[in-house]
Design a binder for this molecule. Structure first.
Ligand code: NOJ
Length: 531
């Protein structure tokens, strides 16, 4: 793996492999199905390792494959130390780790410490044991308000819509920041931390190279569970201002991350990345102090429209936020929770052109990149029929929000008709559109103009060229709607044009362009790398 020349000595240590790695997110349900049931699984991933090696990524992030009733497709974990039969078993996991390592691919897995499934043995015991019991103390149970306790303990809402509290048969309420099937754990109870440490060691001993920590800004709850101030407009979406939201980013969370880090540090060369939806740069950086997480997703790029000023601001925030703590920035354009970027940028040919341009921008940046499975094929979001929708958001919003299924449709591998080699069976858990015949991996592999070839080429250059060295950028002057920056260490120049017309190219020799050049001009919706 390429290493920056100007890294601090301990950072240049090869065991810190993640500092400039390209991760590839495998949404396990949708990547590849080996057993014919229409749902992706661990053996399916193993069968595609050659493809991933060819693509040129360094590591995989596998979304949850643990025992789960699948109320939130695996983010409701009933047993964090076993594999759900839908996805395989522990032997299949061990096979995958061994073979991935043989393909030079690291394996990182999801960890869900904020909540469990309502089918977890602890929650079932808590329901049976009743108010005031040690079993209930592992979760956040409270009495309700009003003369008969029928008013929820506070005014918090769930991230999936509706109240964050559900009442049980004996009249108490339990907290769930997500679906009712995902009760929040009580992190003030030492048993909870001890159990997570056990889970970490369980998978580290099986050879995983790291973790992605779900809702890493959650877990700790404020004393007394105060109401959200009803006068405060929190804003929509997940990246609202947590400074005003008592549900997230409470100071107690850092002690939890220090505990996690201590365990991971027992295993050299392993890492953790946090899902941190915290807007304030200084508060975000706290999660990346040297004794907490190694990496934290920076979601600014994923939220920026296709506009040079907005993208530049996201880049500056992403870099500025991590500078004080010496952590690498971590970039991503798509994941399983947001519409795919081809669609966000306008869809069709325009969306694909802009997606290529933004991929060049992302891969030119210092730090770590997370790709989402299927983006290398240029997959758009799918407008699914209502009967097919499965995301709990659809149900909990009273069928007003369609949720995240559109970006989770199974990957098309080969052939002319669904299921496009995703499964040996007939159907897939979400239907694939017929039009994806032109987007299969098979149809793109040998086509030098395809999105897949473009990703392979860009990843290969990023890994092999010294022009990508260094942790800092300098910005050039650029026409309105455009920007150009230079990697200070290696000298790579990246220019983006989001204006309506062509602009002069910065000086230099073209290393890679996201689309055809117009003489010495950079056309609209295009980016270029120069040296
Ligand atoms: C964030 C995950 O990315 C999302 O898919 C999940 O629904 C929530 N956390 C709850 O675990």
């Amino acid at each position: 793996m390429r290493r920056s020349s100007d890294l601090q000595p301990e950072i240049a240590d090869e065991s810190a492999w993640w500092r400039d790695a390209v991760f590839y997110q495998v949404y396990v349900r949708s990547f590849a199905d080996a057993n014919g049931d229409g749902v992706g699984d661990l053996d399916g991933i193993r069968s595609r390792l050659g493809y991933l090696e060819l693509l040129g990524v360094d590591a995989l992030w596998l979304t949850p494959f643990f025992t789960s009733p699948m109320a939130d497709h695996g983010y409701d974990v009933a047993d964090p130390r076993d594999v759900d039969p839908l996805f395989g078993d522990l032997a299949a996991f061990d096979r995958l780790v061994t073979e991935a390592h043989a393909h030079n691919l690291k394996i990182t897995i999801d960890l869900v410490p904020n909540h469990t499934s309502d089918r977890h043995a602890w929650f079932q015991a808590a329901l049976r044991a009743g108010p005031g019991s040690v079993e209930r103390d592992r979760f956040v149970f409270r009495d309700g308000g009003g003369f008969d306790g029928s008013v929820p303990p506070n005014n918090w809402s769930s991230q999936f819509g509706g109240p964050a509290w559900t009442r049980v048969a004996d009249g108490q309420w339990y907290l769930h920041l997500f679906a009712p099937e995902q009760p929040d754990l009580n992190w003030d109870n030492p048993e909870v931390a001890a159990d997570l440490a056990r889970t970490l060691r369980f998978w580290l001993d099986r050879g995983v190279d790291g973790f992605r920590i779900d809702v890493a800004h959650g877990m700790a709850k404020p004393y007394g569970l105060p109401n959200i101030d009803p006068r405060v407009e929190l804003g929509s979406g997940i990246l609202h201002d947590n400074a005003l939201d008592p549900r997230f980013d409470n100071d107690g969370v850092h002690e939890i991350h220090r505990m996690i880090r201590k365990v991971i540090d027992e295993y050299p060369g392993r890492m953790a990345v946090g899902e941190i939806w915290v807007k304030d740069d200084e508060r975000y950086a706290r999660y990346l102090r040297p004794d907490e997480l190694h990496l934290g997703f920076s979601f600014g790029l994923l939220q920026a429209p296709f506009d040079a000023d907005a993208v530049r601001s996201a880049v500056e925030h992403g870099l500025g936020a991590v500078r004080s703590v010496g952590a690498p920035a971590t970039w991503t354009l798509s994941n399983h929770d947001v519409p795919r970027h081809v669609t966000r940028y306008g869809g069709g040919d325009l969306g694909a052109r802009r997606a290529r341009a933004m991929t060049l921008v992302e891969l030119a940046l210092p730090g770590v990149v997370y790709l989402y499975n299927g983006e290398e094929l240029g997959l758009p979001d799918v407008e699914l029929p209502e009967w097919a929708l499965q995301d709990p958001i659809w149900l909990r919003s009273g069928h007003t929000l369609r949720g995240r299924d559109g970006c989770r449709v199974p990957v098309p591998w080969e052939g002319d008709t669904p299921p496009f080699g995703f499964t040996q069976g007939v159907t897939t858990w979400l239907p694939q559109p017929n039009e994806w015949a032109g987007l299969t991996a098979e149809s793109q592999l040998e086509d030098p103009e395809s999105m897949l070839s473009f990703y392979r080429h860009a990843l290969e250059l990023r890994k092999s060229q010294p022009a990508f060295n260094g942790d800092e950028l300098e910005w050039y002057g650029a026409p309105p709607g455009c920007f150009a920056f230079r990697r200070k260490g290696g000298g790579l120049i990246c220019a983006l044009n989001t204006s309506g017309g062509p602009v002069p190219l910065p000086p230099g020799e073209i290393l890679l362009a996201s689309g055809p050049m117009d003489g010495n001009q950079l056309p609209p919706d295009t980016a270029v790398w120069l040296v």
